[in-house]
Ligand binder design. Structure first.
Ligand SMILES: [Zn+2]
Length: 434
């Protein structure tokens, strides 16, 4: 059901191809057919999208999403997660393996992929576990995971504490040409901690998680990366010290990429306020100077991608005392608005913001899409850069509502999402064709 679509007179921002200006974009047979400065004739039977005043962008790609299926379908399913994705302008998501049945085998990978095909909304790329059951004890069958369709391996949610195991994971993943995605947390340093170690934690009487819990692991893995000549992707970077190490490693030519979440770049540890569990995550929200360093890293290319770490949880998981509150927030439906806050604050150019949601993540994992040259997937996100709106968690397509951004004013909104030339979201409605 992917016909011919002509996006007329929108501002195309396509950082990979150096395009920023008014263009017509023709999508045919699920792929970009033509991008033209001059107006294109309307092909017979084509659907026309009048995009004057709007941005016509490559579909967004999220490298870090928890879809919770199989096992925790009360929080999210592949279907509800895909609905949230397209409502947020994402045309591709990478699904983390820390589901209740861990994705550490080809069977689970195939299950996720078959659910994604049934949902038929956006591209879903599973990531497989590094270790069996995420236990950090023995490697999962990397080859089996990759041949079943995994695009990366990760124990996300947990670190791989054994350096020897991480070293072997890097060697194996290199053989299969996929990145090892790491959740950097030295559990001996973070143990018992509930939030970032600093004045707010002291005021609240909470045990802190020092920055070293992350930075020390980043340092270790960069050493292993250099030795193995592997490919490392550092998830949800949160600290100034990590940024410094990644910047230096890139300068020396190491094959490392990194992502940051919108919340780590928008909020600091003061957002915990009076024990607000919606500000509880791993890694924790950090100090203001960490936020400053992350912002610079997004702008200068040290960080390659904005990834949401979309982490759906039930109400009861968050309505508990802070130490017991479960980590994480949903992010798919707030990512664009928060990213544009950085543009409005002068932190990022419009082009850089778009790159961080499109070409940056595509390149980090070697995924299709992320740009709009002829032959690229017909994945397109149309944004109204002017519209102001208020985040309403009750209206999320996600099955979960855990966000600290409910009620926040945003400027700039996703108005349409197209996947392989098919309209999957428009006018606030997800368009399903199952
Ligand atoms: Zn994580």
């Amino acid at each position: 059901m992917s016909g011919t679509v002509l996006f007329r007179r929108g501002r195309v921002i396509d950082p990979r191809n150096g395009v920023d200006g008014v263009r017509d974009v023709l999508v045919k047979d699920g792929k970009v057919a033509e991008v033209s400065e001059a107006p294109l004739p309307v092909p017979a039977g084509a659907e026309v999208v009048e995009a004057a005043g709007r941005w016509v962008l490559p579909g967004f790609i999220d490298l870090h999403v928890h879809l919770r299926e199989p096992g925790e379908e009360g929080k999210e399913t592949v279907l509800t997660g895909c609905r949230a994705a397209v409502a947020g302008g994402f045309t591709a998501v990478v699904a983390m393996p820390n589901t209740k049945v861990v994705n550490d085998s080809g069977l689970v990978t195939e299950l996720v992929l078959s659910r994604a095909r049934a949902a038929n909304l956006c591209h879903v790329y599973p990531a497989g576990a590094i270790t069996k059951g995420l236990k950090g004890e023995e490697l999962a069958e990397t080859g089996e995971l990759i041949s079943a369709g995994c695009v990366a391996i990760t124990d996300d949610g947990r670190p791989v504490m054994s350096a020897a195991l991480m070293r072997r994971a890097l060697q194996y993943a290199t053989l299969f040409g996929v990145p090892v995605m790491v959740h950097e947390e030295d559990l001996t340093l973070s143990a018992g901690g509930a939030m970032h170690e600093g004045p707010t934690a002291t005021r609240l009487g909470l045990r802190g998680i020092p920055a070293s819990a992350e930075v020390a692991m980043v340092a270790r893995d960069l050493v292993l990366l250099e030795e193995t000549k592997g490919r490392l992707h550092i998830a949800h970077v949160s600290c100034e010290g990590s940024v410094r190490l990644i910047r230096e490693a890139k300068r020396r030519g190491l094959n490392v990429t990194a992502e940051a979440t919108p919340h780590h770049v928008i909020l600091d540890d003061r957002a915990v306020g009076d024990y607000d569990t919606h500000a509880k995550m791993a890694p924790p929200l950090r100090a203001d100077r960490d936020v400053e360093a992350l912002r610079e890293a997004l702008a200068d290319g040290t960080v390659d991608a904005i990834a949401t770490d979309h982490a759906p949880h039930g109400v009861l998981d968050k309505q508990v005392e802070f130490e017991k509150g479960i980590n994480g927030i949903v992010g798919l439906e707030t990512a664009l608005g928060l990213t544009l806050e950085l543009v409005h604050a002068g932190v990022l150019t419009e082009q850089r913001a778009v790159a961080l949601l499109t070409h940056g993540p595509a390149q980090a994992f070697g995924l299709p899409g992320g740009h709009l040259a002829p032959g690229a997937p017909g994945d397109v996100t149309v944004v109204d850069p002017i519209e102001e709106w208020t985040v309403d968690a009750h209206r999320f397509y996600s099955r979960s509502r855990n966000t600290p951004f409910h009620g926040r004013r945003q400027k700039g909104r996703v108005v349409q999402t197209w996947v392989s030339g098919r309209k999957v979201y428009a006018d606030g409605q997800v368009k399903e064709s199952r």
